[in-house]
Design a protein around this ligand. Sequence first.
Ligand code: CTP
Ligand code: MG
Length: 238
Amino acid sequence: MAVALIVAAGSGERLGAGRPKAWVELRGRPLLAWSLDAISRAPSVTRVIVAMPPGHPDAGAALGDGGDGSLDFVDGGTSRSESVRRALHALGRDDAELVLVHDAARPLLSTALAEAVIAALEADSGADAAIAASPVTDTIKRAGRDGGAVRETLDRSELWSVQTPQVFRRPALERALDVDPQTLARATDDAWLIEQAGGRVIVVPSPVENIKVTTPFDLRLAAMLLAERGDDAPGNPA
Ligand code: CTP
Ligand code: MG
């Protein structure tokens, strides 16, 4: 069993929609609603906490909190991991051992993928975290920030493009997030914080379809992929 934290507090600057990305419309619903539905349908998830952009008090009404206490909203922080930390704090004394973290920016999440990542961590008692990722298909080279001369070509056979969901043992995640704000701000995912602390993180192969919506192109692609699913139900296996 797991609790889920969805981070949705970002401003969506690169999308440039003039409002927080979580509220941008995707096939007639807020972008956040898609992954919230997929996670809410996961049999292993007992509770969901969403980190929201401050100033959206009616989130529960807009997204349907069911009124059964299994969905809560908290204000997010100034960095992604700070938002994770706030949502985790809101969990209080809940006795869940596993914590699933998901970016609202990935609306193509399927219930099946959430369950698969939880199951992978449950099956590996020595691991602190299990993370969804897909194999890199492009050749990756290291160069300067603005291009310029290539310094290195990486061995693609060992490279993974990391996504969410990421599932953690709760004490390991709490320890990993207990760092200064600068370190939190540097973390592009929470698994990195576990790695920094010497923890063991395992990769769970996931569909490349589980894209992150960052730019207007990604939003178009997400709409097409959701349309292709046919029934507008985010619970289908990807
Ligand atoms: N996020 C968050 N709190 C923050 C920053 C980001 O909860 N302070 C969440 C976003 O809402 C998103 C996920 O982290 O679901 C991944 O972040 P990203 O894709 O960078 O979203 P934004 O920060 O909103 O986009 P941008 O960086 O373009 O402003
Ligand atoms: Mg961001």
